[in-house]
Write a protein that binds this ligand. Structure first.
Ligand SMILES: C[S@@+](CC[C@H](N)C(=O)[O-])C[C@H]1O[C@@H](n2cnc3c(N)ncnc32)[C@H](O)[C@@H]1O
Length: 324
């Protein structure tokens, strides 16, 4: 094998470095040119980040529901995570990566590929909230470093650092204000003429009564928590608002009963719903696991038979006009 991967966990920062054979080493002039952040925080980082992160919750009908800590393979601190949660979260994020790559025909939009040289070891890429690291690894980077950091506290990078910043599936992790603040930070750390790529899903779908009813409940709950269930449709507008010039937007909508990727996405919905389980219990007044499983089967059947799923990916450029 020409390459091996070594993993070290050092002071809360997990680094994964792909080492090349000696003969190849000379061709790589830069190290750590891809960075990925995730908020999973290890026990020894007792910081403001931890406090604010662990209080992540949602209000449903006057009750506060604490979300389970998101997990990521960038964290090796598994002590307080039930194995099943970890397994399904990682599974979901990996399934998401493969399904979205297939749906959009690649890891990045055409206009991003036209502007970013992924072959160059000088190209610097940041993936915020990298999850299991699937997107990053699909770019086949020469070097990667994963850091654990709460992005709501700002991005721990110098101004004008990255050629490309990627951020995907933050519509529940962030509220509108956190999303906006993060976009300001993304603009700051993006190089002049650098690119941002965002991707989100619509949380409200047309379909039969059950699909519409649950979609409406989710929208209401998200609204009460300052989240936007339809933020996916607004990605280009958000980019413009925060200083990027939109360069491409792609909407992918497909029916869940006859698309080649339908079963992949239904599988993702199945696991994703478990992370919102407490919300389903509250909305439908459920009290047992059996009731939940029964409800979930009915909802998945309804999604499959009556609805579509809609995803948006948008890219923008930090256009800097040279002063005369
Ligand atoms: C729905 S997952 C999406 C993962 C990945 N971007 C993908 O598309 O597969 C959301 C990710 O954001 C991370 N996250 C949530 N809140 C965060 C925060 N405040 N700062 C940094 N990452 C955060 C979670 O740890 C998780 O990996």
């Amino acid at each position: 094998m020409g390459q091996n991967i070594s993993i070290t966990n050092h002071n809360g920062v997990l680094k994964i470095k792909r080492n090349r054979r000696k003969s190849q080493k000379a061709s790589s002039s830069k190290e750590n040119n891809i960075s990925a952040t995730s908020s999973t925080i290890s026990n020894f980082q007792k910081s403001k980040a931890e406090e604010s992160y662990q209080s992540s919750s949602i209000i449903v009908q006057d009750h506060e529901y604490i979300f389970p800590k998101p997990v990521s393979s960038a964290s090796l601190d598994l002590r307080d995570l039930p194995y099943d949660t970890l397994k399904s979260e990682d599974d979901r994020m990996n399934a998401n990566q493969f399904a979205l790559k297939a749906l959009f025909g690649g890891n990045y939009l055409e206009e991003v590929g036209n502007r970013i040289n992924f072959e160059s070891t000088d190209t610097k890429v940041l993936d915020i909230g990298c999850g299991s690291g699937g997107w990053v690894m699909c770019i086949r980077p020469a070097n990667v470093s994963f850091i654990q950091h709460d992005a709501t506290l700002g991005l721990p990078y110098e101004d004008n650092t990255f050629d490309l910043v990627h951020m995907r599936m933050f519509l529940i992790a962030f509220n509108k204000y956190q999303y906006a603040d993060c976009m300001k930070e993304v603009l700051r750390v993006t190089k002049p003429n650098g690119i941002v790529q965002l991707l989100e899903v619509e949380m409200v779908d047309d379909g039969d009564e059950l699909v519409k009813e649950f979609g409406a409940a989710v929208e209401k709950i998200m609204e009460a928590n300052d989240q936007d269930a339809l933020i996916a449709q607004k990605l280009s507008t958000i980019m413009s608002t925060y200083g990027f010039t939109p360069i491409q937007e792609v909407r992918k909508s497909f029916r869940l009963n006859n698309h080649p990727l339908a079963s992949e996405f239904l599988y993702i919905f199945d696991i994703s719903l478990d992370t919102l389980k407490r919300m389903v219990f509250a909305v439908y007044g459920l009290s047992t696991e059996e009731e939940y499983k029964h409800w979930k089967l009915k909802w998945l059947e309804s999604r499959k038979n009556s609805s579509a799923s809609t995803w948006w990916c948008a890219a923008g450029q930090k256009v800097v006009v040279a002063a005369n």
